[in-house]
Ligand binder design. Sequence first.
Ligand code: SAH
Length: 245
Amino acid sequence: MSPANASAARKIRLIMKLRRSGITDTSVLSAIERVPREEFIPDTFIDQAYEDIALPIGRGQTISQPMIVASMTQALEIHDRHKVLEIGTGSGYQAAILARLCRRVYSIERHRPLLDIADARLKDLRIHNITTKAADGMKGWTEQAPFDRIIVTAAASAEPPEPLLDQMSIGGIMIIPMGKQKDEQFIYRVTRTEDGFTCDRLMPVRFVPLLPDVASNHVDSPEKPKTKLRMPTYHSADDPQLVGA
Ligand code: SAH
C-alpha cells in the first residue's frame, strides 16, 4: 500500500472507532475526516497521525487524542452561527475542527512559539475564521465576549475561571476538564441559564494543566524537542495503554 493509501485507511479506521465509541454527530465526524491531523504534529510522529493517541507538540504540551477532541466537540453542540472561544490553541488542531462547525473561533495560547506555528499552519490550510492571541486564557477575551460556546483544552484544578463564566452568553455551554493531575480529572459541561449555571460531569480524562500568565520563551524550539520527549498526558483515563511516561 502506498503511504497515502495507508494513511487514508488509518483515518477510516479511526472514524469507525469514534463512531463505535459514541460519536454520533455526523458534522463532528466529518470535521475529523476533513481536517488533516498530520499537518498539526511534528514530522517524527506522522505515522501516528491517525492513531487515537495524544502526541507531543513541544513545550511539554500535546495535541489531544482524537476521541477526546470528538467527544468535547460533540458535547459543545455547536451551531454554524456560534462564536466559540478556545483556551489552549496548542497545535491548532481543535481550533481547525471547531472552525468547520461554527462562525468564528477565538483561540488563546500562553506559549507564543506554539501559537506562531499554529497560526502559520492555519494560514497554509486557508482556514480564515480563527482569530488567535498569545495571552492568559484564564482571563478570557473580554473584547470579544460574550461567547456562545467555550472549550478549555487544559485542566483547571478545581473550578472554572470566573472570567470564563462571565463571558458565556445565556444558553451558552462551556466544556472544561477539571481536577488535579494526580487525582481524577473529568470533563464537565457548564451551561449558563437565565438563573445561573448548571454543571454536569461527562467523562474521565487526563489533561495538561491550565496555567496562569503567558509562558516565558527561553525553552528549546518546539519543533526539535531534545532526546527525552515527555509522553502524551492528554488522553482518556480509561485507556490503560496510554497511561504513564
Ligand atoms: N487544543 C490543543 C491542545 C492543546 S494542549 C490542540 O488541539 O492541539 C493544552 C494547551 O493549553 C497547551 O498548549 C498549553 O500551553 C495551553 N494552556 C494552558 N494554560 C493556558 C492558559 N491559561 N491560557 C492559554 N493557554 C493555556
